[in-house]
Design a protein around this ligand. Structure first.
Ligand SMILES: CC(C)(COP(=O)(O)OP(=O)(O)OC[C@H]1O[C@@H](n2cnc3c(N)ncnc32)[C@H](O)[C@@H]1OP(=O)(O)O)[C@@H](O)C(=O)NCCC(=O)NCCS
Length: 134
């Protein structure tokens, strides 16, 4: 069974193995935990037997007007079962009072986000893949 939670209280990096699939410089579980702790909003999907995190989504927000959703991932062996949709549904519900909710995605994922009520707009970015942060 999958349990959804919006708190990182008590979460350890040992429950965060296997994420950042395909990244040039995957974050360590320790850095991943710092990302979750530093985000304004988090939704976690956890295996309620083991406590292991099998999916997560983060958002950063000014709390007044806008939010950005930088990360959404479900572990490969848990994909295609609605977990990603449920994580996004819960996150969008948290951000429902804001005027602007943005994210970047590959073209192939556009239908996934459109089904959640989002629309496609042009975006601009800088990506420093070699730089993970302090
Ligand atoms: C995108 C992601 C979070 C979806 O999680 P999930 O739990 O599998 O999502 P759901 O089961 O709710 O929905 C699955 C649907 O998402 C869509 N989808 C997921 N990945 C896709 C991809 N790479 N290309 C096209 N569609 C995709 C499909 O429509 C899929 O439907 P299907 O299972 O009938 O094929 C997951 O595939 C993932 O972690 N991918 C790697 C990280 C990533 O791309 N994150 C998004 C960053 S913008």
């Amino acid at each position: 069974m999958i349990a959804y939670s919006d708190s990182v209280a008590g979460l350890g990096h040992g429950q965060l193995e296997g994420f950042f699939e395909g990244w040039l410089a995957p974050l360590s579980p320790e850095a991943h935990l710092r990302v979750l702790e530093g985000s304004d909003h988090v939704v976690l999907a956890r295996d309620d037997g083991s406590g292991r995190v099998v999916g997560f989504v983060t958002a950063i927000s000014d709390g007044v007007l806008s939010a950005y959703i930088p990360l959404l991932e479900v572990l490969p062996d848990h994909r295609g079962r609605g977990i990603g949709t449920e994580l996004m549904r819960r996150m969008l519900e948290k951000l429902a009072g804001l005027t602007m909710v943005d994210l970047m995605c590959d073209e192939e994922l556009r239908p996934f986000y459109e089904r959640l009520g989002m629309q496609s707009l042009p975006g601009m970015t800088i990506r420093r893949h070699e730089q993970v942060g302090p």
